[in-house]
Design a protein around this ligand. Structure first.
Ligand SMILES: CCCCCCCCCCC/C=C/C(=O)SCCNC(=O)CCNC(=O)[C@H](O)C(C)(C)COP(=O)(O)OP(=O)(O)OC[C@H]1O[C@@H](n2cnc3c(N)ncnc32)[C@H](O)[C@@H]1OP(=O)(O)O
Length: 378
């Protein structure tokens, strides 16, 4: 679908029977469109699509696609919005719109090919290593800003279970590349067959609950080494970490309202405790993005380091901490966290239930559609 919508010239196959008085202009406009050098943008392309359909087939006559069939729904909405506009008027409007766009002598071969598949066969999106008493779990999808796919959630759950009983003293999360992680991969929700939306939301809620539970129950010191911007779930989870070290180029962003979603990772409970309700609300409800310094001032981050020395300083320090007696580390963590565990599990369950409903909401669907159409540039 994305490929079909990438540029309307590929789909403007004319129905000969539909062409009447302005057949030549219409045909010319279609050819002119092929010569456009600049992508005219999604809005214009949807208009062109709708006018073309109206001019050739008349008023919208197909069933409304499901909410999660983002691209077809956008096309259907645009066509349907033309109501009973006569075919001749639609044809004229199409011609006018095309001639208002700047022509070029370049051919449409300039159009970029569709984006490559997210995961290369055999690639490792989560890399787990163990050395010097430290188990390191690294997000390794730098070309996608380390966005977390469904399989990555599962791999992380597995990695945490393994790390809880391995020989390491501490466990560290970090990201490869310029981002720590851009959070949930938004395409997790866009390739869903229309008849299984509710089931997908339910499965996502179950997976999310299990994922966050693995952090709540993790018995050893959990450290985040935040090498760059962090978005969404990787930020909310920080309330369940014991130590958070950040580069001064890191940022912390939880744009849940913008996405039609709601907080997860127990942040609705941990953030007000960590930074007070007013500051938590600013992040979790209003989506204020924090710098590393601001996050540190609010107590979400333990310490900020200059980017130039970040890796060296942090790992030197962590290697020294990892030499501390492992049982003592574990017991002290247990003392600090155990009173909260029951509450955290209840908060997690509640947040997942609320999110399950949010994922089915029109607000969330629209936000996902915006992301997909921005990516595909239609
Ligand atoms: C059965 C179903 C199971 C579901 C699994 C469970 C679900 C649990 C859900 C838990 C709830 C979690 C909530 C969150 O985490 S909310 C936060 C979601 N993240 C975002 O909203 C960030 C979206 N991305 C962006 O805003 C920008 O990409 C960003 C600011 C991060 C970077 O911008 P920049 O301009 O620098 O770079 P690009 O946009 O060009 O990004 C490079 C490529 O990476 C792709 N990308 C980046 N982030 C994501 C993402 N989160 N999801 C998918 N893809 C992402 C981006 O599209 C670019 O790809 P292309 O080069 O192919 O275009």
């Amino acid at each position: 679908l994305l490929q079909v919508l990438r540029f309307p010239v590929v789909q403007l196959h004319m129905s000969r029977t539909a062409m009447r008085a302005s057949e030549k202009d219409f045909e010319n406009a279609r050819n002119q469109l092929k010569l456009l050098m600049k992508d005219p943008g999604n809005e214009v392309k949807l208009k062109l699509y709708a006018l073309y359909k109206q001019a050739t087939e008349g008023p919208c006559n197909t069933p409304k696609p499901s909410m999660l069939d983002f691209i077809n729904k956008a096309k259907w909405d645009a066509w349907n919005a033309l109501g009973s506009l006569p075919k001749e008027t639609a044809r004229q409007n199409y011609v006018d719109l095309v001639s208002s766009l700047s022509p070029s002598s370049e051919s449409s071969s300039q159009v970029k090919p569709a984006a490559a598949n997210e995961k290369q066969p055999g690639s490792e999106n989560i890399i787990v290593t163990s050395q010097d008493g430290i188990t390191k779990i690294m997000f390794n999808r730098p070309t996608k800003k380390n966005a977390i796919t469904t399989s990555m959630y599962k791999e992380i759950i597995h990695a945490l279970k393994a790390a809880s009983t391995d020989n390491s003293a501490i466990t560290v999360f970090t990201g490869n590349g310029d981002y720590y992680s851009s959070g949930n991969d938004l395409t997790n929700f866009t390739d869903v067959p229309p008849n299984s939306i509710e089931e997908t939301a339910k499965n996502a809620s179950i997976l999310l609950r299990e994922f966050v539970d693995a952090f709540i129950d993790f018995p050893k010191p959990l450290v985040a080494v935040i090498n760059g911007p962090a978005v969404g779930i990787v930020v909310t989870l920080l309330g369940l970490f014991d130590v958070v070290y950040a580069s001064d180029k890191a940022t912390f962003h939880t744009p849940f309202s913008e996405l039609g979603q709601s907080p997860e990772g127990c942040a609705s409970y941990t953030f007000p405790k960590i930074m007070g309700p007013a500051k938590a609300a600013e992040m979790l409800i209003l989506g204020k993005k924090l710098t590393a310094g601001e996050a540190c001032a609010r107590g979400l981050v333990t310490e900020v380091f200059p980017e130039s020395t970040f890796q060296k300083e942090v790992w030197t320090r962590l290697k020294a901490y990892a030499k501390l007696p492992t049982n003592s580390l574990r017991i002290s963590k247990e003392l600090i966290r155990s009173n909260e565990k029951e509450k955290l599990h209840a908060v997690n369950a509640e947040e997942c239930t609320v999110l399950q409903g949010r994922w089915l909401s029109e607000e969330c669907m629209n936000a996902l559609m915006n992301f997909v159409s921005r990516k595909s540039k239609l």
